[in-house]
Design a protein around this ligand. Structure first.
Ligand SMILES: Cc1cc2nc3c(=O)[nH]c(=O)nc-3n(C[C@H](O)[C@H](O)[C@H](O)COP(=O)(O)O)c2cc1C
Length: 445
């Protein structure tokens, strides 16, 4: 059978000799080049040879990021999907609650924002409907009393369900109207629009809403030991009628005392920070899922832009899945097999709606990941941050392998496991303080 042509001399003594001469000459020329071409020039030539492919890769990866942001965000000014509209609603109600939390809010502030917010709520109601029963929400006064989360508990912060951002927005608007009424300003047209939403919600869910909602309230009252009608001001339930959304859904502002904060905040965290190391040797013990849940709940308190909470965590403790996920990551060679749980932290791009927010997912997701690492550390678990500094083909592959929606950017992975009795960690010294911390504006360059 004729051999496939390799482009080199083949077959027979002559051609073998020819091949030999070809290789010898090639090697000799390469050696001469290596000896006579100066190192600097060689580097320059290599740089020039690689430059076009570098530019092409850079362009393709930027295109990938750009297309993803353009497709999933609503920066084009047209929030069409449910998540996108929720982000607009969330950002607007947050503007109002932020202003209400100022020392001296200006009566009559933010009328334009509230009008847009209500119009978006009406649109949300028309296009997706508003589910009347909110998720189980822990009142803030209970949060302050409880310091630890026990598996199976409600999280130590207000948990919200899918449509509850809408209910929170409604509560915030009620707080806004109340504040203005106290200052002699009435907005009857806004009130009418709110009533319109309340009626539409009631009509849409009339056949089943009543029973489900009553059962939910009874469950909550039993759990938290207080009738829902007597919710504290913390939750916007300051005696105002429950016009459009249930009283226990948080929204607006609440007052706290300095001691409440300091009682939990003032502790020496330096040893806590110093005792966290990147762990590359894990114990073989499996990690209970409840510990991961507990850590994620703690990390959820991480601040995020307009409280949009875009971070998500995908956890893999099944050995086969874990291996498949870790196989996509390039920085766990030699220890990946010891990791007990592989976490993938992502950020949902659908929550972003301005061009300026094109990099926000990395900030919010990165901050969330850091909280998660410290939360896991506080629960006695070792962690290793695993970079997701990859190009788009690998990013696509991980999305497919791990079943992560295309609308979410992968921020990083975190390997988790218990610590073995003895282990070795890197020293990883830190820079001098004056290299990191700069006071004031500094001299002109
Ligand atoms: C985003 C991020 C990605 C990282 N990726 C890896 C990785 O892929 N493999 C690894 O062994 N370490 C990784 N690390 C760990 C760093 O090397 C480590 O944090 C650093 O050297 C400081 O050491 P320390 O964490 O023990 O203080 C990563 C850290 C961060 C924050």
């Amino acid at each position: 059978m004729p051999r496939a042509s390799t482009g080199r001399p083949t077959g027979g003594l002559l051609s073998r000799l020819g091949s030999r001469m070809y290789h010898d000459t090639h090697r000799a020329l390469r050696n001469v080049a290596r000896d006579i071409i100066p190192q600097g020039l060689k580097l320059r030539l290599r740089y020039l040879a690689q430059y076009p492919s570098y530019q092409m890769r850079l362009w393709r990866n930027f295109q990938y990021d750009k297309r993803r942001f353009a497709h999933w965000s609503s920066a084009d000014g047209r929030p069409e999907r449910r998540q996108q509209l929720q982000a607009w609603i969330g950002a607007d109600y947050h503007k109002i609650e932020k202003a209400l939390a100022l020392r001296h809010p200006r009566p009559g502030f933010g009328r334009g924002v509230v009008t847009r917010l209500i119009d978006n709520l009406i649109r949300y109601q028309n296009e997706f409907g508003i589910t009347p029963e909110p998720a189980d929400i822990v009142p803030n006064n209970i949060i302050a009393e409880r310091q630890t989360y026990r598996p199976g508990d409600s999280p130590p912060h207000q948990a919200i369900g899918t449509d509850d951002v809408v209910h929170i927005a409604l509560k915030t608007i009620e707080a806004y109207l109340r504040f203005n009424r106290e200052h002699g300003i009435e907005y009857p047209f806004l009130r009418r629009k709110l009533d319109q939403i309340a009626e539409a919600t009631a009509a849409r869910h009339a056949p089943h809403a009543g029973r489900a909602h009553r059962a939910h309230r009874a469950h909550r009252e039993e759990r938290h030991g207080q009738p829902l009608g007597q919710q504290p001001a913390a939750l916007g339930g300051d005696g105002a009628p429950e016009a459009t959304s249930p009283a226990h859904v948080g929204g607006g502002t609440h007052d706290i005392r300095r001691e409440q904060v300091l009682a939990h905040a003032r502790r020496d965290l330096a040893p806590f920070f110093a005792s966290r190391h990147s762990i590359r040797q894990f114990a073989p013990d499996p990690v209970p899922r409840a510990l991961i849940e507990q850590a994620v709940v703690m990390a959820q308190k991480t601040p995020s832009v307009c409280n949009r909470q875009t971070s998500r965590v995908y956890a893999f403790d099944d050995p086969i899945e874990r291996r498949q996920v870790l196989a996509c990551q390039r920085g766990n060679a030699g220890f990946g097999h010891e990791i007990q749980v592989a976490l993938v932290v992502t950020s949902d791009i659908e929550a972003f709606f301005t061009v300026g927010e094109r990099n926000q997912c990395w900030v919010d997701g990165g901050m969330f990941a850091m909280s998660l690492v410290y939360a896991l550390h506080s629960l006695g678990l070792g962690t290793i941050c695993l970079n997701w500094s990859v190009e788009y083909p690998l990013d696509r592959r991980l999305h497919t392998v791990a079943g992560i929606p295309a609308s979410q950017a992968v921020i990083m992975m975190i390997g988790v496991g218990f610590l073995p009795e003895r282990l070795r960690v890197t020293q990883s010294p830190r820079k001098a303080l004056d290299e990191v911390l700069h006071w004031g504006m500094g001299p002109d360059e």
